[in-house]
Design a protein around this ligand. Sequence first.
Ligand code: C2E
Ligand code: MG
Ligand code: MG
Ligand code: MG
Length: 279
Amino acid sequence: SIKSGSKNNYAVYSLGISEQRHRHLQIEKDLYQALERQEISLVYQPQIQAAGGLIVGWEALVRWQHPEMGWISPGEFIAVAEETGLILQLGQYVLRHACRQMAIWRDLGYRDWHVAVNLSVKEFREASFLASVSAILQETDLEPHYLELELTERIAMENEEDTLQKLRYLKEQGVKLSIDDFGTGYSSLSYLPLYPIDKLKIARELVVMAEHKEEGMEIIAAILSLAHALNLSVIAEGVETREQLRFLLAQGCRQIQGYYFSKPLPPEQCVPFAQSFKV
Ligand code: C2E
Ligand code: MG
Ligand code: MG
Ligand code: MG
């Protein structure tokens, strides 16, 4: 896929095989304690309705500050967490903190925001997944419509029965559903009308490609008309430049996420950002 090798492992590529192996083992070993030691935190990136310059939501992104290795990218440790099964604990941690944060924002009056949380396949497939989402919503006293879950195309493509059943349940509860990194993975689109999806997130890779290649632009145009036909909303992610913003808006993509507006922010910077934000 276009995505492979894109953003994750620059640091790792410069290491030899044995150093890579060592780093991997170190991450595997230390991740167990990272949660207890409060080395894991969340940052939030604004999602913006470009027309009115309105913030519509925030995507929660996990961060790990390792005491010796420094900042470790989720691109590196999510995969390890999936291998070891720790993803279940990590996923719950992320969901709980994101919901708690959204409840705080709601109580401050930001009732038109949502919080978007990434799901890994393993987390989604777990038998206890739905129960754990419900429990966390209850515990944090958050109405389900404030929560958006970001699925991968892989989740959508595999195990259709299980996926459909879980998505229907979430949808009935009022949780919103989006497909992350849309356009980079599988080519089949047949699953789309099947599932109660609300939103497609156009992958950063396509946004970048569209700046240099006509084909990239055409793929984005196709995604937008597909979304229109299926009554889905669309957000483009990884938007960094005014040029990208310009052509996305011209194509009719109304929601934007990316460094152009803001990097992911620690929670205490989100409300100040919102208060001073103007397009
Ligand atoms: P993603 O969900 O597609 O998130 C977007 C990634 O692109 C984030 O990287 C974000 O910081 C980065 N990004 C945002 N705007 C821009 C931009 O304008 N330019 C560039 N170059 N990058 C931008 P991050 O935080 O390193 O996360 C990487 C991936 O790790 C995420 O991709 C997601 O798949 C996964 N991830 C992050 N947090 C979680 C989590 O809590 N749970 C799970 N299961 N996966 C997570
Ligand atoms: Mg995401
Ligand atoms: Mg994404
Ligand atoms: Mg991405």
